[in-house]
Ligand binder design. Structure first.
Ligand code: ZN
Length: 468
């Protein structure tokens, strides 16, 4: 059956109802799976599938407060429409009903002068526009693909000119009078949720990009959500992930991905899951059971360093006497960054005899850590909160030290413990009302990601991956 107007209406409705699903890849998958839906009529089952994902948007709205306002059906529908229209015309002002805007896309290697010339607009007019430094600035930075709007009168004289000053502002110039009148239009953006899944072919990065994730979002997945559980050096072709991400859309174009609200990663026959949830005003990632994915402490507060002296009794390298070494030493070049081993409050920052420049962090529940011989401090003040992994200082050899190294101590209730073998306290799980809210929101979300994976990967396997 040919695509009649009736059929197109259906397809459009499908897009609107689908709301949060829009990646081309998924679109193709859906098309393969439900070919009929894309040509003719929708069965009850199709509608059910589509509405599942719309529900997901609503469910997630309960995870992130303030989200629901951005999930209005109209906003979604606008953003999901495949836009073949020139975006600039979407904002054509109604007041100039008689004006026709010509939209020109700047081509690679084309100068602004050439664009004006192609429109038959004299260079003098262009220079009139460029007289304004703000215009000159924006127009000097035009990239290929940028769109310029020209409004010409019956004689071919330029009466209006439009360009985008930055990602959020569109400038419209009225050139009819002696002086140029400028109007700035805000370019409205909307935030939407998308579910995306991908299988790793050769690189996680490539798969992530193909799934529509920004480089920053990929980094959140590898360096934040799953870094404690998955060694990404071991990721294999066939491993896969799903993510629920926030996306920013403007005039029908996706301009960026933001927060990852939920993600699963399947590797080595295990599936790991992380959900973003705000605890005490701070976003963290949790397992489906509400346990933080993050460990309470990182074992080594310094990257790429060699353990040069272990914990216990030893002859002191400077004093030459037998003494208890109350921490561990990591040899590293002067200036190597030192990280906070866990979330903490800064208890001390300054100089102490022997220790030189030293930082002491209080992690609560009786745990403190100490970092000595620093060449300089990070941006720190006593009493300040620091996050795990943030840089608190740099390796040096201040105090009693034979060479640049980090002396690191781990104390539990005032007693020095070996940081390499001490049992780290488990991080605080979600409790009470937080846990209840978290559970209510995440269980269905996980189910949605799973059904998404089933839809995409049904041909690959059927549940061969075991859940952890
Ligand atoms: Zn030491």
């Amino acid at each position: 059956m040919p695509l009649t107007d009736h059929g197109r209406g259906r397809k459009q409705q499908f897009h609107e109802r689908l709301g949060i699903l829009h990646h081309r890849q998924l679109h193709r998958k859906l098309k393969e799976r439900f070919p009929a839906a894309f040509n003719t009529r929708w069965t009850r089952r199709h509608w059910l599938h589509a509405s599942l994902f719309v529900t997901l948007g609503a469910l997630l709205a309960t995870i992130v407060p303030g989200f629901s306002a951005q999930l209005q059906p109209t906003a979604q529908a606008n953003a999901t429409l495949p836009l073949q229209l020139p975006p600039l015309t979407l904002h054509a002002p109604a007041r100039d009903a008689g004006v026709f805007w010509d939209i020109v896309q700047v081509e690679s290697g084309q100068t602004l002068g050439e664009v004006f010339e192609s429109m038959g607009v004299p260079a003098a007019t262009m220079h009139r526009i460029l007289d304004n430094p703000a215009n000159q600035d924006a127009l000097a930075r035009l990239r290929p693909g940028a769109e310029l709007g020209f409004a010409l009168d019956e004689e071919g004289a330029l009466r209006g000119f439009r360009f985008d000053r930055n990602p959020t502002q569109r400038v419209e110039l009225d050139l009819r009078g002696e002086t140029i009148h400028e109007k700035v239009l805000e370019r409205a953006t909307t935030t939407r949720l998308a579910v995306t899944s991908a299988e790793i072919d050769h690189s996680l990065y490539a798969a992530g990009r193909k799934a529509g994730l920004s480089p920053a979002a990929i980094a959140v997945m590898t360096d934040e959500i799953f870094k404690y559980d998955i060694d990404f050096k071991d990721v294999q072709p066939g491993d896969r992930f799903s993510a629920v991400v926030e996306e920013t859309w403007r005039e029908g174009e996706r301009i960026g991905t933001g927060k990852i609200l939920a993600a699963t990663f399947t590797t080595d026959k295990k599936t790991y899951t992380g959900f973003r949830f705000d605890r005490n005003g701070k976003a963290e990632y949790f397992t489906a059971e509400g346990r933080p994915l993050k460990k309470s402490f990182i074992r080594m507060p310094i990257p790429y360093a060699r353990l040069s002296s272990s914990f216990g009794s030893r002859r002191h390298p400077v004093l030459g006497t037998m003494r208890m070494h109350k921490g561990v030493d990591y040899a590293a070049g002067t200036g190597t960054p030192i990280m906070a081993a866990g979330d903490a409050r800064v208890q001390f920052v300054g100089q102490q005899r022997g220790y030189g420049n030293v930082v002491i962090l209080d992690h609560g529940r009786g745990h403190t850590t100490l970092y000595a011989h620093m060449s300089r401090f990070g941006k720190l003040k006593k009493g300040q909160q620091v996050a795990q992994g943030s840089v608190i200082g740099y390796v040096g050899s201040t105090g009693l030290a034979t060479g640049p190294h980090l002396h690191y101590e781990f104390r539990v209730n005032g007693v020095h413990r070996n940081p390499l073998s001490v049992t780290m306290p488990p991080p605080e799980p979600l409790k009470g009302a937080d846990l209840a809210a978290f559970k209510a929101a995440t269980a269905p979300t996980l189910a949605r990601m799973e059904s998404m994976e089933q839809m995409m990967f049904a041909h690959v396997d059927s549940g061969k991956a075991k859940k952890r």
